[in-house]
Design a protein around this ligand. Sequence first.
Ligand code: GLA
Length: 743
Amino acid sequence: MKEGKEKSMGITYFEKERIFKLDTKNTSYLIGITDEENFIGHIYYGKKLEDHNLAYLLRTEESPYVPSVNARDRVSFLDSFPMEYPGHGTGDYREAAFRVKTQAGHTACSLSYVSHEIFAGKKEIPGLPASFAKTGKDGKPEGCFTLELLCTDSVLNLTAVLSYSVFEDTDVIARHVSILNNSENTIWLTKVSSMCMDMDNREFEAITLHGSWARERHIQRQKIGIGMQGVTSGRGESGHQDHPFIALVTPNTTQDTGEVYGVQLVYSGNYEFRADVNQYDSVRLQAGINPVDFCWKLEAGAHFDAPEALLTYSASGLSGMTAHYHDFIRQHIIRSPYKDKKRPILINNWEATYFDFNTEKLLAIAKEAAGLGIEMLVLDDGWFGARSSDNCALGDWVVNEEKLPGGLSGLAEEINRLGMKFGLWFEPEMVSPDSDLYRKHPDWAIAVPGRTPGRARNQYVLDFSRSEVVDGVWEMMERVLSSANIEYVKWDMNRPLSDLGSAALPPDRQGELSHRYMLGVYSLQERLVSRFPNILLENCSGGGARYDAGMLYYSPQIWCSDDTDAIERLAIQEGTALIYPLSTIGAHVSDCPNHAVGRVTPFETRGYVALAGTFGYELDVTRIPEEDRKQIPAQTAMYHKYNDLVREGDYFRLASASENQMYDSWQVVSKDGTESLVTFIQVKGRTGQRSRRIFLRGLHPDKKYRIEGEDGVFGGDTLMYAGLQVAGLWGDFQGKLIHLVQV
Ligand code: GLA
């Protein structure tokens, strides 16, 4: 340590000032320790600063009450001091980041700084998905540094480690909290947030994602006011309705301008994101496990790990946040060997046949599909046990040989012979009351004794907090997956949790069920990807009810929505792409009238919208109109031509039909700026309409570009500042792809 300064690339400790400065390429995050009590204060998060001497921002000498000069009166001080990780019940009346209950029934808790450690790379979080650092040629971590602040509540003998991992290349800071009980007594944690940040409220607006089944992740934006606002899930999954994400933005933030603070969790279970504005016009932003129904027994010596939170800041509007999260998820969350690869173009039989299929029918689809450039057949729900409707047999993961004589191996062989791969659907976490599994192990279902659990889609949820349940399901899955050449798995979850009760947990641990359930799900996904590393895993939950960074740690893609209508998908995919890369978005071309909304759209447009995702088909290719089928070879060729660009490029939102009701447009630009693909969808035709002008992004202003299929070249500056004109579309739901290449 030189000059009272400890520096480790992205993290510096200024010893004299007791300030930690975390720097990414474009952002700084500053934490200060108070002299007297060793409180850990939040100083600043925002655009990168050179200076570190910003402790004045903690306002430690200011009196909150006029004309009082009682600057350090403990309660009023605590109620206004910007804490990094506030406790409860000792004078800060704002929402606590963590809460406890002692054996004596007390709830007060408060943390003070003890020591810290700064190191290269970051640690794994046991049992939970989490971001990871890149590894250099020498096997050492690269571009990532972690600060661990060790804090304690000396009365409770509780230690908290607040860790901050700085990813220099992507302007993301990953926060994690671990709490350890050093005392002799059991203590109960009744809330553990993953992050907390106190900031002045700058008339922030909150951007959140909402919807319903088949209408996921529509963007909502509203001004925040005094009191509490936020999003939660108590469904045991991230949910169709809300989403584990919030962004606070300054007023008038656009795609290119304004300041954005984004937070998302690497977690798939119950969450709470809240922004509380208080009497001093500051906002406390928090994210973590939903405290409702949560109560974790921490015995002497035990510790609890909260899920990781991903923070980002953009001074250049929403597109900055989007770019940070896209790059971060692609580089530091997704582990799958498929993440940088083209995924096989699949055809899924769900909307083609629902439960009504047999080998002959599947092979007929596969035969036709193979000739059109489709590369994999995915057999969806209904291949196992007595499953002939959604009424029965979940949990009986044994092939139904009546429908599929010769089993899956025979079918997979036939499909492989056609030059196609074979994939399979599972719903491992569920059990039908009418199933052999439930008849054998009724106590394996989540239920409250004496209360018949509520059914959803005629099914119950298995108690994945129990290792014997997870093991039992795994045995069946492993047998099936080893029995045939299965190269893809769709892992579904078609109902939320309810009637929370575990037959195995003692009364004082029932409040652990939802989180333990998630740990069980993660452990099974981990087993699947470790035992079958070459299987391409796609997560799914009644469409997109479990679309989150936690799931992306296991699967490089997630089925985005059960709504496959190209026009409905515009808003769904726009909201999804706000924080998740296009390479993760499960998107298929389906038949018309669309099964969810009855809309008829051109086959071509359906292809353009699915191209902004993983791309595949969800239809009976033997029965669609000939003029549609004829388009498939060109569509599959289009996928091969553009997928590298779509998967790896930078994404920009150019126009939103949710906002303008008329047209939608997005753009992908290669990382080197030499190639770009613009998609334009005219949602509604209108009279008196000249060409539409759209302003491109991400090109080199001083370079020239050619538009494929058109004469002439355009300056990058012209296309971005004066605009590109889109003409020649007549009618509703028409689409156009515009491919630009630098000359
Ligand atoms: C969910 C999925 C669908 C399909 C069905 C099968 O709804 O989202 O794609 O797999 O389950 O039951």
